[in-house]
Design a protein around this ligand. Structure first.
Ligand SMILES: Nc1ncnc2c1ncn2[C@@H]1O[C@H](COP(=O)(O)OP(=O)(O)O)[C@@H](O)[C@H]1O
Ligand SMILES: [Mg+2]
Length: 287
């Protein structure tokens, strides 16, 4: 097994306790809410979500998390720990039972469903765990579809969709429908579609879950490029070497934030970016 250079980098990150309220942590930085003076792209404050199926299930049990503009956060945690529920709140796909969700200065949790759809359509790109591609549309049509609602012209939409598919390495699969694509290729179409309207915030639920290591690393390269262009990213993953591409890793357990790693307020990214050469050459890493 090749050792990932990222593994040693990850040791540079710090583990800070959470659960205690803001500011009182060791060096005065609360990794959950600190923005280092940057604007807030999105935030949830003490959100709770309970499902009742016989016994109540506390999918989220008092979670606060701020996404500074231009930050890149990974969420890890065992199955059922609340990762998708948290992402759905940030994505305005769901509302909390208690607590607030703020997106770009608007309190989304107090908006109507139609207004939340507007926030979602204008600010957010969402990569669903199950991809959610439309089966009768080709790759390029799937990617172009969200642009329809933004009033882009047809040829313009097609050109942009093609460019996005090329960016995820699918320039040769433009006219394939989802059943003609592998799981990993569908996942990349879903990523390209999430970028269609140039979202300020990219939310991705296991975006590399179906990809081989090399393609996964390539997608992380794309995410880091987007992040370098100031896209705010919140990504769920169960793979440590994928999470290591983020600035900060939030660990969920039983609907609560158990631990946060990373985030150096004085340095964007909080840890040095690995050399791209290292990534390409056998950083294979993790699983
Ligand atoms: N629509 C739902 N109805 C009932 N229970 C749900 C629903 N969505 C999620 N849950 C429950 O909430 C908990 C958290 O789910 P989820 O956020 O999907 O976890 P994760 O993404 O970390 O696997 C789980 O116990 C799950 O079974
Ligand atoms: Mg999930």
């Amino acid at each position: 097994m090749i050792t990932s250079p990222l593994e040693s980098l990850s040791q540079l990150s710090r583990t800070l306790p959470t659960g205690t309220p803001t500011t009182d942590v060791e060096d005065g930085v609360d990794p959950v809410t600190e923005t280092s003076g940057r604007p807030v792209a999105a935030a949830v404050d003490d959100v709770r979500k309970t499902y009742y199926l016989g016994e109540p299930v506390h999918a989220l049990d008092g979670v606060s998390l701020t996404l500074p503009a231009g930050s890149f956060t990974a969420v890890m945690g065992p199955s059922g720990s609340g990762k998708s529920t948290l992402l759905n709140l940030f994505g305005c796909l769901d509302t909390p039972d208690e607590g607030t969700v703020e997106i770009g200065g608007e309190v989304a949790s107090e908006l109507s469903e139609a207004e939340r759809a507007r926030v979602r359509g204008t600010r957010i790109g969402f990569v669903f765990q199950g991809f959610d591609l439309l089966p009768r549309l080709t790759a390029v049509e799937n990617v172009a579809l969200p642009m329809v609602f933004h009033g882009r012209q047809g040829s313009d939409r097609h050109d942009r969709a093609r460019g996005l598919l090329e960016r995820v390495g699918l320039g040769d699969r433009l006219d394939h429908v989802p059943t003609e694509l592998s799981g990993g290729q569908r996942q990349r179409v879903a990523i390209a579609r999430a970028l269609a309207n140039d979202p300020a915030i990219l939310l991705a639920d296991e975006p590399t879950g179906n990809l081989d290591t090399e393609t996964g690393e390539r997608i992380m390269g794309l995410f880091r490029d987007l992040n370098g262009e100031e896209t705010t990213i919140l990504m769920v993953t169960h793979e440590r070497h994928i999470a290591d591409h983020a600035d900060r890793i939030v660990h969920l357990l039983d609907g609560r934030i158990e631990e946060v790693e990373g985030l150096d307020p004085n340095e964007r990214g909080g840890r040095p970016r690995p050399d791209p050469e290292d990534r390409v050459d056998g950083s294979g890493g993790g699983s």
